[in-house]
Write a protein that binds this ligand. Structure first.
Ligand SMILES: N[C@@H](CCC(=O)N[C@@H](CS)C(=O)NCC(=O)O)C(=O)O
Length: 234
């Protein structure tokens, strides 16, 4: 049996039922939004434990076996790692492609997209002024993020969905990833930053228009620019 505090975590011997599901993460989309979407698309009831930074520091962090989130709780067992969680839920609800070649393509795209975003992490510790300059450089033609996104766009050419002819876990994850650029919460990165990548915008807007995605965001907070963009497109 897994411990929920401290370091004594062991995988459970038996797969827990997909019941009493609780997803723990900050209120923002980031690493939990794809799981929230997948659980909803799959009709799996879950408690969305979405907390503030203050609540995280005061109580929630202590409750997590690795001191990190997102954490999916199934009954009293915790599971970590957003990618693994997404793949598991997707498999359970039929949104994980069965063909290994489709998974090769999908995982490649997801990790390539994540690599494109990664240089931005290093800017978080900079001063306000340095941050803006560094991010503008990363996003300008020839910059590391620009180049990553440019390469990513070549994977989307001619495709509506990333793999197969239907929405899969990969579209959900990349849709959420793209939204991270347009929320306007990264100083130096304006919501218009993807205008230079029309293929990326077209793909994002196509996924946004899916029935399940529209349903999920229909009542979203109008002050939440990232989620509004996920609903209305960019
Ligand atoms: N590879 C992990 C990363 C987990 C992670 O670093 N989570 C961050 C938020 S995105 C966290 O818990 N930060 C709070 C802290 O370390 O106190 C995943 O994808 O789930």
């Amino acid at each position: 049996m897994a411990s929920v505090v401290g370091v004594n975590y062991a995988f459970p011997q038996e797969e827990p039922a997909l019941e009493n599901v609780k997803l723990n993460y900050f209120k923002l989309p980031a690493r939990a939004e794809a799981t929230r979407l997948l659980l909803t698309l799959g009709g799996i009831e879950f408690e969305n434990n979405a907390f503030s930074g203050e609540e995280w520091r005061a109580t929630e962090k202590k409750r997590m076996a690795w001191g990190k989130v997102p954490v999916l709780e199934l009954g009293n067992t915790q599971f970590m790692q957003s990618h693994a969680i997404n793949m598991y839920i997707a498999a359970k609800i039929g949104l994980l492609p069965e063909n290994p070649f489709d998974r090769l393509k999908g995982d490649t795209a997801v990790f390539q997209f994540e690599d494109s975003f990664k240089p931005i992490y290093a800017t978080f510790s900079l001063s306000a002024e340095e941050k803006i300059a560094a991010r503008q450089k990363l996003m300008a033609p020839g910059g590391a993020v620009y180049q990553g996104l440019e390469r990513f766009c070549t994977l989307l050419e001619g495709a509506k969905f990333l793999v197969e002819d239907r929405l899969t876990v990969y579209d959900v994850m990349i849709f959420v990833g793209i939204s991270g650029f347009v929320g306007g919460f990264l100083d130096g990165i304006p919501p218009t930053c993807l205008d230079v990548f029309p293929i990326l915008k077209e793909y994002f807007n196509f996924i946004s228009s899916s029935e399940g995605i529209q349903l999920y965001y229909k009542d979203c907070d109008e002050n939440d620019a990232q989620r509004v963009a996920m609903r209305d497109g960019i």
